[in-house]
Write a new protein. Structure first.
Length: 491
């Protein structure tokens, strides 16, 4: 059984309370933690948004969302009634002055509570919300502010957001969330490396040929078209999620699990990334945009159709080749790819080890394949180690790859909490380990910006790929020029 560590009583104020993120992720996560009795009944969940609702209206919306988004069999009538009883609503104008006094008065009824302000809004409101909270007396020593990604759309805007929020809150009270860091498998990366010397001693350029990180989505841009067309895959996925995964894979051992010790090592990786100059962007990156196709046998429209026919040069797919300039990783390429309307939803990391320098086996024993370590983030979290073994039987010596497979949920016999469940409770505890520090965000933008500049300098249309394929053929060509290929099990 997984251990449940209770947290202190808190007020969770969600700005953007009627939005998709709140209804689809945050409220279900809080319900699951309440169902496991991880926080006391004196806690409150306070919605703040522009919608003209009262407590009853907000609870009705929350109930409908929980019925829609929670797994079947999870919703319990008595538990749901208790949970809805924790919920309140205040109409607040994030960019104006309306509603702030009412919200702060509600908070003042329980001044001793931890205050968690979750900003599920557009990034340009992060600074104004925090400034108004401070001006109206809503912040105290036990306040924490959670900032959703993306933190800005470029380095300058990220710095401005960090400056505005940092004027009213110390860094220890600012939680820049990346839900990928809350996934069980991502956290297990540190356990795999630093609790198992058998792996850590292989974790370097002498033994590893290359690394692949794939984050694939079946869905298109859907109702996020307005946001997504301004962002694109590089800003939406690579600058945050995928660079964070790369940091955990490539970092050196921290001196402890102290939050800043861990984040110091991640920053070192970001600083060690070999820059891709604007004039090199076309050599080391591939942009794509999906066209009409089929997924799971169902026809789906193209990107422009999802934008109601508007022309667009925004990428829905990107593949990159990265290098980390360090002794551990010298000469080891990292290949990243992410996109929408790919054949299935999957997030995997593949560590491919070097092939043996000499084979003693005859050709008829079948060609040697390299050992691979697969780390699955979704849909089923776990790890698989592929190694060469002899096929059983008396018919001669034939080799084939065999896998040692670990599914975390099956192994430990328990439901694994959603990433938001874990991260929301870490905020209450004040534990910043799984959140991004200010300099992490800015170093990531500093590395990404020259690529964006290179694309802007050569405003070519993204390469088309049919929905249901694994992206444009140029992405395959990019890795195969190096004598490698994307991991085939995803096909």
């Amino acid at each position: 059984m997984a251990r449940i560590l209770p947290v202190a009583s808190f007020d969770c104020v969600v700005f953007g309370a009627t939005g998709d993120l709140t209804m689809r992720k945050l409220l279900p996560a809080l319900y699951q933690r309440w169902r496991d009795r991880q926080f006391p009944a004196s806690s409150r969940i306070i919605g703040a948004a522009r919608s003209n609702l009262d407590d009853a209206g907000f609870r009705a919306q929350a109930e409908a969302a929980l019925q829609r988004y929670l797994p079947e069999g999870t919703l319990e009538e008595a538990t749901l009634a208790e949970f809805l009883g924790l919920m309140h609503y205040r109409r607040v104008e994030a960019a104006g002055e309306e509603g702030w006094e009412s919200l702060v008065a509600l908070l003042a009824e329980r001044p001793e509570q931890v205050r968690q302000f979750y900003l599920a809004t557009s990034p340009e409101l992060y600074g104004p919300i925090c400034q108004r909270l401070a001006r109206h007396g809503g912040l105290h020593a036990q306040s924490r502010v959670v900032l959703e990604k993306p933190i800005g759309h470029d380095l300058a805007s990220a710095r401005e957001i960090n400056r505005a929020v940092g004027e009213v809150l110390p860094e220890a009270q600012i939680f820049r969330i990346d839900h990928y860091l809350g996934k069980e498998t991502v956290q297990n990366l540190m356990a795999l490396r630093f609790a198992n010397p058998i792996f850590e001693r292989l974790w370097h350029a002498d033994m590893i040929d290359h690394v692949q990180i794939t984050v694939a989505e079946e869905v298109g841009i859907g109702g996020r078209g307005g946001y997504y067309d301004r962002a694109g895959a590089l800003r939406d996925m690579v600058q945050n999620h995928m660079l964070q995964l790369l940091c955990l894979l490539a970092m050196e051992s921290p001196i402890s699990l102290d939050p800043d010790a861990v984040r110091d090592e991640k920053v070192k990786v970001l600083r060690a990334l070999r820059p891709i100059a604007p004039h090199e962007a076309h050599l080391h990156t591939v942009r794509g945009q999906y066209t009409a196709g089929a997924i799971n046998g169902q026809p789906v429209p193209g990107y422009r159709a999802d934008l109601d026919g508007a022309a667009s040069l925004t990428e829905s797919f990107v593949a990159l080749k990265l290098q980390v300039n360090s002794w551990r990783w010298a000469g080891v390429p990292f290949y990243l790819r992410t996109g929408k309307r790919l054949p299935r939803k999957v997030s995997e990391i593949i560590i491919e080890f070097r092939t043996p320098p000499f084979s003693i086996f005859p050709r008829e024993a079948v060609g040697m394949q390299p050992n691979r370590l697969l780390i699955r983030l979704q849909p089923e979290e776990g790890m698989r180690l592929e190694m060469m073994t002899k096929e059983p039987g008396p018919g001669g010596l034939h080799l084939r790859p065999t896998a040692l497979d670990i599914s975390f949920e099956k192994t430990f016999g328990t439901r694994y909490p959603d990433a938001y469940e874990r991260l929301l409770m870490d905020v209450v505890r004040g534990n910043t380990t799984l959140f991004m520090r200010r300099d992490e965000v800015e170093h990531a933008w500093n590395w990404v910006e020259p690529i964006l500049q290179g694309w802007a300098d050569r405003p070519e249309a993204p390469r088309p790929y049919a929905a249901g394929s694994w992206g444009p053929t140029a992405a395959i060509a990019m890795i195969e020029r190096d004598g490698r290929t994307w991991y085939e099990s995803l096909e």
